[in-house]
Design a protein around this ligand. Structure first.
Ligand code: FES
Length: 111
């Protein structure tokens, strides 16, 4: 009886920059833990952009380590979510602009 051979992911080289960008969300990033790119991205959306935190949460890159470079690349190139503090500031500015426009329209209507 022969056991199924584990497929090893290719190791990234300097000739393949941003390789993970081209992967679909169901592409397996970590073959040891069956962790897909989509799983990594969903954890990154929860503000875990640190490869070590993502490794802790998903198990990716915690076995043979072959996929570590891909995990780090994905953390480095994926778009940054807008931090909550900046988002609140943007919403406050938009609310102020709307209030000013409303006040100007109101004053114009009175005059
Ligand atoms: S491929 Fe082995 S730890 Fe990810």
């Amino acid at each position: 009886m022969t056991l199924p051979q584990k497929r090893k992911p290719p190791t990234p080289t300097s000739h393949e920059p941003d390789l993970t960008k081209e992967w679909s969300d169901d592409h397996l990033l970590c073959h040891c833990t069956n962790t897909s790119k989509g799983t990594i991205l969903s954890h990154m959306a929860k503000c875990h952009r640190d490869p070590d935190r993502i490794a802790d949460k998903t198990g990716a890159s915690t076995k043979c380590g072959t996929c570590r470079a891909y995990l780090e690349e994905l953390c480095a190139i994926a778009p940054q979510p807008l931090p909550a503090k900046k988002l609140k500031k943007c919403l406050l500015i938009i609310a102020l602009i709307i209030a000013c426009i409303g006040l100007a329209l109101l004053l114009k209507g009175i005059a």
